[in-house]
Design a protein around this ligand. Structure first.
Ligand SMILES: Cc1cc2nc3c(=O)[nH]c(=O)nc-3n(C[C@H](O)[C@H](O)[C@H](O)COP(=O)(O)OP(=O)(O)OC[C@H]3O[C@@H](n4cnc5c(N)ncnc54)[C@H](O)[C@@H]3O)c2cc1C
Length: 460
């Protein structure tokens, strides 16, 4: 009897396992099919496809939004039968522009009116050079934030250059994905489709919807610090399964006190952890008042409370083709989030060839996620860890000082194919690191690394 019961149990367990394996295989197969189809479409758009002279769709993205919009615009043109070439600004040559009678430009502005990293080569190679674009029609969509004095400055600079080359231009400036401006852009693309093909444009794909998430746990990482408090926040979806994301991706969220202006946060972990983690610093404004979103995340929202989050693919900071290269990961403060997500993704793949250079204030209070970093180091999953402490009594320094002292190692890592990822403060850290890399590796070689996707930044 016992034997019959237990064999029935074993049979049921085996059947359950077989069903589970089949379900997983089915999901994996569907995901593979979807990503192969997306890759095929991407390749077609990049190579140029469809009939007639191509419409050039150009983008310069810092956090992936401009790229996603350009991709969607290219898809709408392509599906209506237009020939399309989708290109990042850094790839565009004069010949590409001359070969097209129409172009769409989706360009972000970052920092104090600066061009995104992806566009720096274009600025150097093209923006001061004359080019006859008489008869060319260009639509420019500039992405920015109206609170900045230099709102959409880079997009406006691109438009001014196109006009100076005698192109006929139409310009839209969009603050924080403003829906009315987005509608106008869709109408402009629809109008172009109509004129070029006589057909109606297809429906646009709406961005990934917001979902409600529950703050499961919040932990202060730097008690006693002289700087702003930094917290590790664990989130789970209010309902349904945890969605998947890639290391390097972002979360975008709005808080009640400022529903119009979303804030981005780098995801600090990988989906296989079973929750989504953010590293948030409680910021203080210049006038001494707390930053709206970070204050709500760090002290306002209770554990167990809910907030709508939107996951955002950040293709410019993902591992992409660098998944198996040696990685030099450089950052400061909450920039550790984006770097940790990459280390976790690579540890899961068994890649240990990664060197972390991280800067904070004081080793006693600001050694963020120290236990995790030490564990990776001890287990050989992190090849090297260098930390710079700006408030250290004996040896104060910043990450650029560590890199300068390790110049030989840095060069030899790059020579053997390493990719460089920088995450954290734009002012101070990322600027100083960029300057040092230009000194050590040369400006042109660094631009070439950026063009190959081997120099990537998630800086703010
Ligand atoms: C790609 C990306 C990734 C990020 N990742 C992280 C992360 O992982 N962790 C993290 O803690 N932060 C991250 N940030 C920063 C984050 O998005 C918020 O900016 C930060 O939390 C401050 O927001 P706040 O609402 O608390 O402050 P706010 O209320 O927005 O105020 C911040 C300060 O900036 C000033 N300010 C705000 N907006 C403007 C403006 N438009 N022009 C000029 N000054 C302005 C304010 O006056 C104030 O001094 C990231 C930003 C980006 C773009």
């Amino acid at each position: 009897m016992d034997w019959i019961l237990s064999s029935a149990r074993v049979g049921a367990a085996l059947a359950l396992m077989a069903a589970y394996v089949a379900l997983c295989a089915g999901i994996a197969w569907r995901q593979r099919q979807r990503s192969q189809a997306a890759r095929r479409e991407q390749q077609q758009l990049q190579a140029g496809s469809g009939h007639g002279p191509a419409v050039l769709v150009a983008y310069a993205s810092q956090t992936g939004q401009a790229e996603a919009l350009a991709h969607e615009s290219a898809r709408v043109l392509h599906e209506a039968g237009c020939a399309v070439r989708l290109m990042s600004l850094q790839e565009i040559t004069q010949a590409d522009l001359r070969a097209c009678a129409h172009s769409l430009w989706v360009v972000a502005t970052c920092g104090e009116g600066d061009a995104p990293d992806q566009a720096l080569g274009f600025v150097r190679r093209m923006l001061d050079k004359p080019l006859d674009l008489e008869g060319h029609e260009a639509h420019v969509l500039a992405l920015g934030d109206r609170e900045y004095v230099q709102f959409c400055a880079f997009g406006l600079r691109v438009q001014a250059w196109l006009e100076a080359q005698k192109a006929q231009t139409a310009m839209l400036c969009m603050s924080n994905m403003d829906e009315a401006v987005l509608r106008s852009w869709r109408e402009a693309v629809g109008g172009l489709v109509q004129r070029l093909t006589g057909r109606q444009a297809d429906a646009w794909t709406e961005p990934e919807p917001e979902r409600l998430w529950v703050l499961q746990r919040r932990q202060r990482l730097n008690p006693g610090s002289q700087g702003g408090a930094v917290y590790l926040l664990d989130w789970v979806p209010e309902s349904g399964a945890l969605p998947t994301w890639e290391s390097g991706d972002l979360v975008s969220l709005c808080v009640e006190s400022d529903p119009e202006r979303p804030r981005d946060y780098s995801i600090a972990n990988v989906s296989s952890d079973g929750c989504l983690q953010l590293l948030v610093r409680q910021s203080t404004r210049a006038d001494g008042t707390p930053g709206l979103a970070s204050d709500w995340l760090c002290t306002g929202l209770e554990e167990g409370g809910r907030l709508a989050l939107r996951l955002r693919a950040h293709s410019g900071f993902r591992l992409g083709d660098n998944a198996h290269r040696p990685l030099i990961l450089i950052g400061n403060g909450t920039g550790l989030a984006g770097l940790c997500s990459h280390i976790k993704a690579r540890v899961a793949r068994g890649c240990a060839d990664q060197w972390l250079v991280f800067g904070e204030r004081h080793p006693e209070h600001d050694a963020l996620l120290d236990a995790q970093l030490q564990q990776w180091l001890a287990q050989g999953q992190l090849a090297r860890l260098d930390r710079a402490w700006s408030r250290h009594a004996q040896t104060p320094g910043y990450v650029q000082h560590v890199l300068a002292a390790e110049a030989g190692r840095l060069k030899s890592w790059v020579e053997r194919g390493a990719a460089i990822y920088v995450c954290g403060s734009q002012q101070g850290m990322a600027q100083a690191v960029d300057q040092l890399l230009r000194e050590l590796l040369g400006s042109e070689p660094l631009d070439a690394l950026a063009l190959q996707g081997r120099y990537r930044r998630d800086v703010y």
